[in-house]
Ligand binder design. Sequence first.
Ligand code: NDP
Length: 309
Amino acid sequence: MSFLIVSPGKDPKPWVEALQNQHPGLNIYVYPEEHDKEEVEFVLSWKHPRGLFKNYPNLKVIASMGAGVDHITSDEELPENIKVTKVVDDMLSADMGNFILSLILQHQRNLLDYSRQQAKKQWQPKTYRRNKDVRVGILGLGTLGKKAAEILVNNNFDVHGFSRNSKEIDGVESFSGEDQFEEFLRQSDILVNLLPLTPKTEKILNKELFEKLPEGAYVINVARGEHLVELDLIEMLDQDHLSGAAIDVFWQEPLPEDHPFWEHPQVFITPHIASVTHPEAVVPQIVENYEHMMEDEPLKNLVKRDIGY
Ligand code: NDP
């Protein structure tokens, strides 16, 4: 029985070290090094080559190296019996929430304008709204969305959220179901996207949605690049319907040099760093699931394959 790491998108070394520390004696292979495919029952993966896993007849579980699992579930050749797990980590959730808070404050307190003014030695104070008067709408109230909502509530923002099923989070107004979507959007001066990427949510951030946001709304996408129709965003910014956007994730990463976002004055770009998984922090839960698999016990942080998250 062996444990395979498949991570062409990430350096496997820290993962191997953390796994060896946590579970000495684990028989670890790193794809594409030579290994017996029949021996592999558990894989730790990030952005595997499409179709790879259909060649592993005894594979039972694929653990994602991160909170996102779209890189696994979007593989149309993934055998249906394989279980998929995601990472859930308090620090990861807090990092995401704090990053969103910093993006909101940067926008609300006009920090980017002052940075531009400084370059021109200009002294021009601007007005700003108090936190309690800024309505933040969080799209997706799952692990990360819930934590972000709590951090924003603790900072006195006016927070509401949208998810498939209604939620109860202190201080957060919950919207759910298609009939409440428009109402949710109409109240979002700042829209934060924390949805998982599924066939239902791909390209959800499009012109039709942006038009329902209040005039001058600000958009933050920290979930997945494929949620956003990039040209629709640019159109809405250029028409001044939206005041700006902070984007951490893109259809193509790294963002190509000739991409119009780079030079757009209202787009703030970060290189997919909103919240970064630390191997040593999450390896214990991965090893625990490996042991659960061996003992035929229920897995933690299991993804519902039928809905894709
Ligand atoms: P979860 O699976 O925990 O939560 C997903 C939330 O979205 C749930 O509230 C769910 O509703 C809701 N949802 C799913 N589909 C729909 C839909 N069609 N309509 C309305 N609501 C929907 O996800 P996480 O919080 O773990 O991750 C959120 C995102 O963050 C992912 O896209 C992930 O890839 C991304 N991410 C980005 C990182 C970065 O550095 N930029 C780092 C880590 C993650 P319900 O609760 O009712 O099921």
